[in-house]
Each structure stands twice: as C-alpha cells, then as structure tokens.
Design a protein around this ligand. Structure first.
Ligand code: SF4
Length: 156
C-alpha cells in the first residue's frame, strides 16, 4: 500500500479511533509484559515506527496524543504545537511557516468532529512535551512509564 493511500486514511478518523481503541485494549491484556527493557517493550518501538510512520508521519515523540488531536499528529506542525494553532494561520487555512500546507490544527479540529469516541478530547489541555521521551515507544510510556504519572497541575 502506498504512503499516499495510507495517509488518506487520516480522512477516516472514526476508523482510526476504532483501531486505536482495539490496540489499546489488546495491549492492555498484556500490559504486565510491557516494560522498557522487555522483549515486547523493545518490539513496540520498531512496530510503532513502521505503522504510525507511514500512516501519520509519526515523529516518535514517545507521548502519543493522536486520539486527542483528530488522529492528526501535532508533531507535524512546524512549531510542534500540541494545544491548538498559533496565531499565524493564513486566511486560506495555510500554515504560517509552510504556506502550501494546511494548518495541522485545522485538520485536527475537522477530523475530531467525525470521532464519536474521542473527538471531545481535543478540548483537553495537554501537558508539555517531554523531550527525553523522543524515540521511545508511546505505548510503553503510556502503560508503564512516565505518562502514568503526569505532573500534578495537569491531572486536575
Ligand atoms: S503524537 Fe508523537 S507518537 Fe503520536 S504520531 Fe505524533 S509523533 Fe508519533
């Protein structure tokens, strides 16, 4: 399947949120074996790379928030903004930095409207990005790592 075809799946956000939920439940069943050094934990890094790379242009930030952002990767925003657009969106919806690119956050907002399960999560404020997690598995971090214990001000 070509990368272009895979990327077009982003315009089917409901399918993608169902796939996310299925993966979350499946991995939840084996979460006790998901640690940074375990076989499964190590296997998840390349698995995320080869699946989320072509699908979402994933940058392996290690703190996946796709289901909060209309299944649109916020790390593809040239400013890496994770809580909405900057003030520079052009009148035609183009990015301030890369005019030929539609603002990632406009796409995220539109796509989240087609997501009955997680679409409302776009309204939640996300914690700041932890650069130390770059290159690690977001699944490992979510189940067993630092994302289990976000800073207190962000959990209220
Ligand atoms: S939010 Fe992070 S882990 Fe998720 S697709 Fe984007 S770069 Fe990858």
């Amino acid at each position: 399947m070509s990368v272009g075809l895979l990327r077009s799946l982003q315009d089917r956000p409901h399918l993608l949120e169902l796939a996310y939920e299925a993966a979350r439940r499946m991995l939840g069943l084996v979460r006790r074996w998901i640690t940074t050094g375990s076989l499964l934990g190590r296997a998840l890094v390349p698995l995320e790379r080869v699946t989320k790379g072509p699908l979402f242009d994933c940058r392996m930030c290690g703190q996946c928030v796709l289901h909060h952002t209309g299944m649109t990767c916020p790390m593809t925003c040239p400013k890496h903004l994770r809580n909405g657009p900057c003030g520079g969106v052009r009148p035609d919806g183009g990015c301030e930095i890369v005019p030929e690119m539609t603002c990632v956050w406009l796409q995220a907002w539109e796509r989240s409207k087609a997501m009955p399960l997680f679409g409302g999560d776009i309204l939640r404020i996300l914690p700041p990005l932890d650069g130390r997690l770059k290159g690690s598995s977001a699944w490992v971090n979510e189940f067993r790592g630092p994302l289990q214990d976000p800073p207190t001000p962000w959990t209220g």
